[in-house]
Every structure is written in C-alpha cells, then in structure tokens.
Design a protein around this ligand. Structure first.
Ligand code: SF4
Length: 711
C-alpha cells in the first residue's frame, strides 16, 4: 500500500494537487520537541483535476519550510518591553479569556477584533467567525483577503447577485482570446499561465492581450501588451466597449434577455472614443482597436485579473467593467468564456464561502440581510438578534480602531500585517498602541510577533486536516500526515477551546475538523455555494470536487456557473455597471512625480514567512530592488545597482536600482515581500496609503506617488 498522501499546495489560489511521501529514514520520524526531521518529498499530483501534476518552485519546495523557526509553545508577556516567556496552554487560554471578558465590560463586543487569513483551512475560518460573529456578537472578523480579493467579491455580487468565479481551468484550453488585466499570471499563478501559454503557442487563432504598466513575463508572451498608465483601466475598458458598440458587435439578444442597466452603461461609454482613450492610457490607438477587434471576432473570450485590478480605490468598478465586456458580448456561461478572478491566497475562496470577511456570513450570506442573519442564528442555536446588523471592522479599520482606542483586543492569526498593511509606519505605530494583541502563527520570529502580548503556536499544512477551495471552486481535502512541532494546535481547535471557555460549549461541540466541516456544509444548503453533498469522507473517497455540490449530487454538478443564464439578482439578470474612470487616489504631482506600483515575484510568497526560509528561493530572489525606466534613471543620474531613496508622503526606504525598459517611464516598481526581518528599510508598504475602494474597502496597494533621490 502506498504511504503517499494526496493534498493541496498551501501557497496560491491556483490550488495545485500535491503528493507527499515520507522521508527515506523512517527511524528518524517525528519528534514533537525537535523539528529537525528529514524532509518529506513533494511532487505534483497527476490525478488532481486542477493542476494535472504541475507545480511551481513554491509547491515543489514546500516541505523545506516546515522545519525552521517554528513557534513551538505558547509565549506570553505583560507588555511589549518585556521578553516573552514560555507558558502552558492553560495559562495562555486563561489570559485570553480573562482579557476578552474585560474588553466586553470596558469596550463592548465591538472592542474585540480578529484578523485572519486565506492560509486558514475552511474549518479554521468557520470556527473563527462563529466565535466572533455568533458567540461574541461582533462582526469584527476580517481576513487578509480584504487586501487581496474583496473587490472581486463585491464586483461579482453587484454584477451577478452573488460572489463566485463563474469559470473553470478547463476553459483555458477552450478559449480563443485571453484578456489579462492587472495580473502577472506567469509569476503569481504560474501553473495557470503554463496552461494558457501552451494553448496560445499551439493555436495561431488564439490571441492574448496583457494589460499592465510593466512588461512582465506575462506581457512578454502576449500578442499585444497594453502598457497603460496606472489608474486608466476603466478608460481602457470603456474604450473597448465604445468600439464594440460603434461596430455593432454586441449580443443584443443576450443583453435584452439576461441583463439590466444597459442604457446607463451606453450613456457612459459614449464618452470614451479611441483617440481620447489611447492618449489617456498612453497606448497606441491601433493596439486598442486590434484588442476591440479580437473582443468582437473571437468565439470564446476569457478574461483574467488579480491584484492589479482589485487593489485599487476603484477596484469594484474595474471588476464590474471587465464583466460589462462579457455581458455586452454574451461571453459567459459556456466553455472557454467568462470573467475569471485569480485568487491570491490558497483558501481565500473557502473563506468567502465560510463567512470569512467582516460583511459576510457563511454560505454567501450578508450580515446586513436580516433574514440571513436570523437563519444563521437559528442554525447556531443563538438568541435572535445576536449577530450584529452592520458590517464589522475591516482589516484597516482595526488599525484605525487601535489609534482611536476603540479596539481593546486584536487577535491576528496566520498573517503578518506588520509587513502587508498599507502605510506601514502608521500601522506599526497603531500596533504599538494595542492594549492586548494575540498573534497565532506557525513561525517565530515574524515582524508581527514584535507587537504581540501572547504568541500561540499554530500547526500548518501537513500537520492538520481540513479543506481548501481554489480559484476554480475545486475543494480538496488536505489531510494531516506529520505531527505538529512542540505544542502547536490547529487554528480551529484554538478558537473552539476559547469559545467553550467563554461558555459556548454547545456551539463548539466539535471534536474533529470533520465535525466542523459537517456543520458548515449544512449551512450551505440552498445557497449558491451549496456543498451539502460533501464531507471529509466524501472528499477522501472521491477526490477534489467542485462546488456547487448539493446533497444527492452523484457527479460533478457543473464546471461553470450561469450556464442557464439565470443570475442571482432577484430579477435573474446580470447588471451592467455604468461608471466613469476616477483614476488614482494619489496621482503623481511635481513634488512626488513617480507612480510606485508593487507586486510579487515568482519564487516568494507574500511576507516570506515560509519562502524566506528556503535556500533555493532565497538564492533566486536574494534582495529587494526598484525597477526604473532608463530615461528616468538617466535624468536622475542613477546607475544600475546604485541605492535609491524612495520617499512618499508617508515613509522613506532604500532600494538598489534595477534599470529596465520593462517599466513605463514615470512608473517604478518594488516587490512587496520583504519585511524588516529580511531587509532594512525595503518594505514596499512604507510608501502605500490607506485610500480604499468605497464598495470593497480594499486599499489601493498598487499605486502611490513617490519621489526618487539617488543616495
Ligand atoms: Fe502552489 Fe500556486 Fe505554485 Fe501551484 S502555482 S504549486 S498552487 S504556488
């Protein structure tokens, strides 16, 4: 019998299947007090429907990250000037429960906040938000998906009436035209890009357009690279719509039968003729017209986007204007066609299903909907009115809540806000003011641990059992196959134990993660993401399965959403957005003449808690850098490799220059991965600001105004 375990890569939202085999020397197997054990072998799972055996360097090296700098035991201190001292779980739980009860007295439930993560398994998300939203009565549970995907969530909800990417990965091989905007798929979602590039190379008829101010590896592979000026995405999208309308290349029947608000949209679009759009976007009119031509002549069109669209002060509007192009051409609900958001975190999708943001409840319900709150209260056996009727604090509002004193306890789990939040100096100053911070993580040290009063050791991938949902809605069971180090526990176990100690024994009846998942699946009944037909046992027996998967569903329910062209708004129609472009929240000006944009590199993952500890990846990307166009560098007399000081209105940092024509003039790029643990004064978020999309409340991490000074 094979001792290989099938599981899922815990890095990005592509969600590649992995097979893990035990080390060759079984005699040296796991000792919970020593994590220096032999390394498990990890390979792509050829049978996984989403990835078919492919993996990138992150998935291939994941097991190397399991043995270094692990947080083994609870640690506590009374104030941030003291060193941590080891504590028992009993001491840590007592401290946390006492403090929650104190904050309930002094601040009320709204003084308690939890900031979670797309690294959570669905069971962790479910237990965490049940503790906050149900038991404590505050919706102050948000996740780092707020910084990543919340504009896609609000865009889908506003256009279709419900969240949920409508496409699947098999659409890649069925498309004739791939339109990629605000996504460096080659580096950030490499296995999806491999499939797309192969399909594109194989068929002359298949065209690819990439929209990005940088000539990324993704843009290199495109037929047309539209290197737009940052902040002009909606101009471009409306400009394409203008050309489609002018040529009469729209699907009138689909528009009339399946959509609403088209007249308002056309009213807006008439202000975007190609000569104005091309000039504003900084692209050639010929490229714009060719792109519109491919939109009008291709049989099946697939558009992809990720953080370049979402991390914007008009992120929701951008998402909706991508969807507009699909609605006006009827490019949705069939193979090879549709708008497809590429999720950042491995289980941000599962979090959206389980109620893992401050404005939602499990099963794609909304906290502001009284009937949906009442349903959940009943299912949780809690008194009517227990769930607060308004959205809780978002990730950034937790930081500003620390500034104003309205937050009395901040619980941070599986995320590293001391690197990833905008306006980092302000974030750090706010974290210093926190009366009580719990940091629950697999690693120590991290940048955020510096601001914690209690550290809780969390088990992670390979050490706990749970499910994750990838970008195409495929759910995979990720079983435990190694012991966690030291006294680390699964996140859901920690939340459940705190819930029981606060008096919610009935609500936290779970003995296993399979129990947690079983309760969650019940809550999904009749919802768009119905998974009542799933359980840990089902996933073990049948392998990865796409949602929806209601009870009694024997086979794949359907790879795509909206194949019946019935959308989730009450009138069953998809709704056109009609917005003008507003541009950047902080455009360049004479004092701060450059637009700084941020992004990811192929090998590193987010704030490097794992990948910073893997030698192969460290060698691949040893240092941060700033990309500058040669003409900008020449004007400022900056040589390649010289240190450059970047200044924004909020912070200053120093980066070595990488002079390259791959970046637009007037725009500079820095990678977002490095925190102070790995490089001094080279944090991308020293410069970024907190202006956010008014609908998704996702901050504009992709653009801010800076000045450059040679050092
Ligand atoms: Fe993991 Fe994403 Fe790489 Fe796949 S593409 S192996 S999910 S990091």
């Amino acid at each position: 019998m094979s001792d290989t375990t099938k599981t899922l890569c815990p890095y990005c939202g592509v969600g590649c299947g992995l097979e893990a085999s035990p080390p060759a020397q079984p005699g040296k197997s796991i000792n919970r007090d020593s994590i220096g054990t032999p390394i498990w072998k990890v390979m792509g799972d050829k049978a996984h429907p989403s990835s078919q055996g492919m993996v990138c360097v992150k998935g291939a090296t994941i097991s190397e990250s399991l043995y270094k700098d692990r947080l083994m035991y609870p640690m506590v201190r009374d104030n941030l000037d003291q060193p941590f001292k080891r504590a028992t779980w009993e001491e840590a739980y007592t401290r946390i429960v006492d403090r929650i009860e104190t904050v309930l007295d002094t601040h009320g439930a709204e003084g308690i906040c939890m900031y979670g993560s797309g690294q959570f398994q669905t069971e962790d998300y479910y237990a965490a938000q049940k503790l906050l939203k149900g038991c404590l009565g505050t919706n102050n549970f948000d996740a780092n998906s707020r910084l990543c995907m919340s504009s896609a969530v609000s865009g889908y909800i506003q256009s279709f009436g419900a969240d949920g990417p409508p496409c699947c990965y098999d659409d890649i091989e069925k498309t004739d035209f791939a339109f990629l905007i605000g996504t460096n798929t080659a580096e950030c979602h490499p296995i999806i890009f491999n499939r797309l590039r192969k399909h594109h190379k194989k068929h002359d008829r298949v065209k690819m357009v990439v929209v990005d101010p940088r000539r990324t590896a993704t843009a290199e592979a495109a037929d047309i690279h539209l290197a737009i000026t940052p902040g002009t995405d909606i101009d471009l999208l409306n400009g394409i719509a203008y050309l489609l309308l002018r040529a009469g290349k729209i699907d009138q029947q689909f528009i009339e039968s399946c959509t609403s608000n088209f007249p308002a949209f056309t009213e807006v679009v008439q202000h975007y003729p190609p000569e104005i759009v091309a000039s504003k976007c900084g692209i050639s009119q010929a490229d714009l017209e060719q792109t519109a031509k491919w939109w009008s002549t291709s049989q099946n069109i697939l558009s992809f986007w990720s953080m370049g669209v979402n991390q914007s002060s008009e992120g929701t509007a951008k998402v909706r204007h991508i969807i507009n192009l699909h609605l006006m051409t009827g490019q949705i609900g069939r193979p090879g066609a549709g708008p497809f958001s590429l999720t950042g975190q491995p289980n941000a999708m599962g979090g959206r299903e389980a109620g893992g943001l401050a404005h939602i409840l499990p099963g794609y319900r909304l906290v502001k909907n009284p009937a949906q709150r009442a349903e959940i209260e009943k299912l949780w056996n809690l008194p009517e009115g227990r769930i607060a009727p308004t959205s809780g604090k978002t990730a950034w509002e937790m930081i500003t809540g620390l500034e104003t004193g309205s937050v009395g306890l901040l619980w941070i789990a599986a995320t590293n806000p001391a690197v990833s939040m905008p306006d980092l100096e302000r974030t750090k100053a706010a974290l210093l003011r926190s009366p009580f911070t719990i940091h629950q993580d697999a690693y120590y040290p991290t940048e955020t641990a510096k601001y914690a009063h209690v550290l809780l050791p969390a088990s992670q991938w390979s050490e706990k059992t749970g499910v994750m949902t990838n970008s195409e809605r495929t759910i995979t069971l990720c079983p435990a196959f190694r012991m966690p180090p030291g006294e680390a526990k699964a996140d859901w176990e920690i939340f459940a134990e705190v819930g029981r100690r606060l008096g919610f024994k009935e609500q936290f009846w779970f003995q296993t993660s399979a129990d947690v998942y079983a309760e969650f699946t019940k809550l999904s009944a009749g919802r768009p993401c119905d998974v009542t037909g799933l359980s840990h046992q089902f996933l073990k027996d049948n392998g990865p399965t796409q949602w929806p998967h209601p009870t009694g569903c024997k086979t794949q329910y359907g790879k795509r959403l909206y194949t019946d062209l019935q959308f989730n708004h009450p009138d069953k129609r998809a709704k056109f957005a009609a917005c003008h472009s507003k541009g950047l929240a902080e455009p360049p000006d004479p004092d701060y003449p450059f637009v700084l944009t941020t992004g990811r590199l192929y090998g590193h993952w987010h704030t490097m808690s794992r990948t910073g500890r893997i030698p192969k990846i460290q060698q691949m990307h040893p240092d941060p850098f700033i990309e500058i166009h040669p003409r900008d560098a020449a004007r400022l007399q900056i040589e390649n490799g010289e240190m450059v000081e970047i200044r924004s209105r909020r912070g200053t940092g120093r980066f070595p220059a990488l002079i390259t024509a791959a970046i637009n003039r007037g725009t500079v790029f820095v990678p977002m991965h490095w925190g102070e643990l790995w490089a001094k004064d080279a944090e991308a978020n020293l410069f970024t600001h907190d202006a956010a999309c008014p609908d998704s409340l996702q901050p504009e991490l992709k653009a801010c105004a800076v000045q450059l000074v040679p050092v």
